[in-house]
Design a protein around this ligand. Sequence first.
Ligand code: SF4
Ligand code: SF4
Ligand code: SF4
Length: 151
Amino acid sequence: MATVEEVLEFLPRTDCGQCGMTCAEFAALLVSRDLSPEDCPVLHEPEYAGFIEALHEILGPAEAAITAGMLIDQDKCNGCGICVAVCEYHLGNCDEARLGRGPRPQDKVVFHVVNGTAVVVHQELCTRLVQAAEKCNKCADHCPTGAITLV
Ligand code: SF4
Ligand code: SF4
Ligand code: SF4
């Protein structure tokens, strides 16, 4: 599955704001399939010919995100950040999370709250995927709105 860093390579990285966010936030929403490459107006300019196709190529089919293990229902998520705070991976690997603060944009974490919604940025770090024997469910168990589905 594509990571935010890989996707960013094919975005203008100018943070022009036309999409209402930064390029990194846009990349996170591409990885979570909440946006499509076509939603960046700058990518339609001749200078970026081929970038939209390249993004579709590295993102792969939409079903890939669904079968990979974790889904966040954007309609149910209220952006409370509880999932980010309780995540088993974050508590073991992110200093900010250990201190009860939100991860910084540059921290490598499973998910961030971006513009009031939780988005998955590094699903491959989730301990459900890297330790098959240990089936962590903390984020889904603590989500107050039932927005997280772990498969
Ligand atoms: S519109 Fe495109 S270039 Fe501008 S901030 Fe959004 S993703 Fe980046
Ligand atoms: S705990 Fe649930 S409602 Fe809160 S940010 Fe996470 S997914 Fe959204
Ligand atoms: S299942 Fe556990 S490790 Fe994976 S994202 Fe949720 S809390 Fe984090």
